[in-house]
Design a protein around this ligand. Structure first.
Ligand SMILES: C[S@@+](CC[C@H](N)C(=O)[O-])C[C@H]1O[C@@H](n2cnc3c(N)ncnc32)[C@H](O)[C@@H]1O
Length: 208
């Protein structure tokens, strides 16, 4: 029988309530380093990482209603106070709602690869979105990316290297909330590890 998903309004940010750039200290009720995950899916990474790192604030962004509702139910049931989630398009949200120099780390794990050439323009990683990620990051803040898709990974690497004046490569450390053998512990990573698919990771740091 399908589980009934509960709503926990206290864990959600509602796009319709936002007006300009967000004051994250107000949203979380404290000042702490902010990590944002783009495309949480069912939020396995977000939940385990938030539990493993209570010293950090986590915000998940998920566009799909089905995954968002599932994630809200899990965050609420786990009783985590350092996680919020919003159902919206990440590109629009970053541009409209996230202040300059406010984010310590962006996590983008298994972004939709849109494998058909005519759909490549739908991919999240493009120059405009990378500009937004850079604007929102604090100096020394990181962008961490994982994918199983070799061609998209290559495109992402090329895009990042075009910003070498503002970004440098850094070690991709496995997530504190991930299991042994995992990089990040998302649902997609778990599925692909079972299928022995290669997983590509990269982490970059904002230099100024
Ligand atoms: C392939 S799934 C990966 C989910 C999760 N990160 C994982 O590794 O299990 C990609 C997720 O990103 C979400 N997504 C794609 N584009 C998005 C966007 N522009 N804003 C917010 N979420 C997005 C999709 O709805 C989907 O849940």
């Amino acid at each position: 029988m399908a589980r009934i998903l509960k709503d926990y309004p206290e864990v959600s940010l509602r796009p319709e309530d936002l007006d300009g750039k967000i004051d994250f200290a107000n949203i979380f009720g404290r000042t702490a380093p902010l990590h944002i995950e783009i495309g949480t899916g069912k939020a396995a990474f977000l939940l385990n990482q938030a539990r493993a790192r209570p010293d950090l604030n986590f915000l998940g962004i998920e566009r799909a209603r089905k995954y968002y509702r599932y994630a809200v139910d899990r965050i609420g049931r786990w009783g985590l106070e350092n996680v919020r989630i919003i159902r919206t398009d990440a590109a629009q949200f970053l541009a409209e709602s996230v202040p300059d120099n406010s984010v310590d780390c962006f996590h983008v794990y298994f972004p939709d690869p849109w494998p058909k050439r005519r759909h490549h323009k739908r991919r999240f990683f493009n120059p405009a979105n990378l500009e937004q990620l850079l604007r929102c990051l604090r100096p020394t803040g990181q962008i961490k990316i994982a994918t199983d898709h070799a061609e998209y990974f290559e495109q992402i690497q090329m895009l990042l290297s075009a910003y070498s004046a503002g970004l440098e490569k850094t070690n991709f450390l496995p997530a504190a909330g991930a299991d042994r053998r995992e990089w990040v512990g998302t649902n997609f990573e778990r599925k692909y590890l079972q299928q022995n698919r290669p997983i590509y990771t990269i982490a970059v740091k904002k230099i100024r």
